[in-house]
Design a protein around this ligand. Structure first.
Ligand code: FES
Length: 452
């Protein structure tokens, strides 16, 4: 089940790494973050090579809904309370600048990628208090935001928080063009990283700086990202025959949905859940979303369906910056939540500044070593409990199931995902196909099925 973006995009193939090499920067992962980081480093006069285990854009970039927004759910009101107005202002500024930077690059390079400026809106069908607070908080940080009750969606809402000047585009068309300016080696799987060495199955890259930009870092220690991140899945259907709104919408209620147009199609998203969590009822997740589509837009029909996998952090903000105090030459960009477009751009610019030794006032709020909040402590307890459950489960007999694999990352019992015919790990979100081949990390290897 491929996304609408994959359908009509060709990205030029690249050769694998030809053998050992020495470079200033090695970037692991050729998604939007990796490619943009290498691009900005090159602009700064620093050579970077990008190492990709599969193809350019073959990871999460192809599964996004491609909303380029500084609106990241309800974030600003909470962030001001957690980190103060100054830090929240840097987050807002970095994301607003990211929207402008996409537009600048697209115009400068003449990239034909369906870029359109449009508003981004949060809606609720049940209450307005949170929306009003968020609009006030965002506005106080310099974002053009307002609260109202006007909405293009075909059902009644209690209220809408609207951010002006946001954007949408075709992520793979953009990526294909940007990748032309970058040195990328495909089909080159990174096996290990140690100090200044990146070992791959095609040779070893020695680099002054190493950037981990492949979704979920595969190195467990140092950094301990597995202990402070989990992954979520969510689902998208592309509909023909549904009204296409000018703005992009996201519901903040428990069953809230995501709406954005793409030409004459409507992309409807929803149904998020922790990766590896079993369904509470028997209904398929795609079927549930299609059912909602039919209720909202009678007569529409589905032409694409796909799913996304997102890294979620303890305090809801990304981890971008130095990987760990113990590895000053390593950098990371991960934990983007569901906001990969602006965060990839902000991340690429922050990492370029850090590697180039430039001042970057935005870096502190994104830093993986920012201060630990009360919310993060609460999430840590929940995440820890889920992980312990997954780890303990592999020791137990599995009832009637005949063959159940364990996750090669840290040994949790995988769960069968009938919607996508995959084995998913409830601990940190690795996924495997029916044959046990790796789909998503942090695991690095295929899993072995075992008879119980
Ligand atoms: Fe960590 Fe499976 S992803 S144990």
């Amino acid at each position: 089940m491929e996304s609408v973006w994959v359908e009509n995009t060709e990205i030029r193939k690249r050769e694998p790494l030809p053998g050992d090499m020495k470079v200033p920067v090695a970037v692991i992962g050729a998604g939007l973050t990796g490619i943009l980081t290498a691009y900005y480093l090159k602009q700064a006069g620093i050579r970077a090579v990008v190492l990709e285990s599969d193809r350019i854009g073959s990871g999460q970039t192809k599964n996004t809904t491609a909303k380029i927004t500084s609106q990241h759910q309800l974030v600003y009101d909470r962030m001001i309370r957690m980190f103060g107005r100054g830090m929240a202002g840097h987050y807002a500024a970095a994301n607003e600048a990211a929207i402008g930077e996409y537009e600048r690059l697209i115009l400068e390079k003449g990239i034909d990628c369906d870029f359109v400026r449009c508003p981004a809106c949060l809606y609720s069908r049940t209450g307005t208090e949170q929306l009003e607070r968020e609009a006030r908080a965002a506005e106080s940080l310099g974002i053009k935001a307002s609260f109202g009750t006007e909405c293009e969606l075909p059902f009644p809402v209690a209220g809408v928080t609207r951010f002006e000047g946001q954007a949408r585009f075709h992520p793979l068309k953009f990526l294909a063009k940007m990748a032309e300016e970058v040195e990328v080696y495909e089909q080159t799987r990174v096996l290990r990283a140690e100090d200044k060495r990146v070992e791959t199955d095609r040779g070893c890259v020695t680099a002054e700086h190493i950037v981990f930009a492949a979704h979920f870092p595969f190195v467990n220690v140092p950094g301990y990202y597995f202990a402070r991140m989990y992954q979520e899945r969510s689902y998208v259907v592309a509909l023909k025959g549904a009204e296409t709104p000018e703005g992009m919408y996201l519901g903040i209620d428990r069953d809230g949905l995501s709406f954005r147009s793409c030409g004459n199609l409507l992309l409807l998203g929803g149904g998020h859940h922790r990766t590896g969590r079993k369904k509470e009822n028997g209904e398929g997740r795609y079927e549930a979303l299609s059912g909602k589509a039919g209720e909202i837009y009678p007569g529409c029909h589905e032409v694409f369906r796909w799913s996304a996998q997102d890294c979620m952090t303890l305090d809801g903000l990304p981890y971008i910056g130095r990987f760990s105090g113990k590895k000053p030459e390593w950098y990371v960009a991960t934990g983007f939540g569901k906001w990969g477009m602006t965060t990839a751009m902000a991340g690429a610019r922050i990492l370029t500044a850090l590697i180039g030794g430039q001042d970057c006032p935005e870096a502190d709020i994104f830093s993986p070593r920012r201060h630990f909040t009360a919310q993060a402590a609460k999430e840590l307890a929940v995440h820890g409990a889920c992980t312990m459950k997954g780890l303990a489960k592999h020791l137990l007999p599995s009832g009637k199931e005949k063959i159940i694999p364990n996750c090669p990352h840290m040994g949790c019992r995988l769960e069968w995902n009938p919607d996508e015919e995959s084995y998913d790990c409830p601990c940190h979100g690795s996924r495997f196909d029916m044959e046990g081949h790796l789909i998503d990390g942090p695991a690095q290897t295929d899993c072995r099925r075992r008879d119980l």
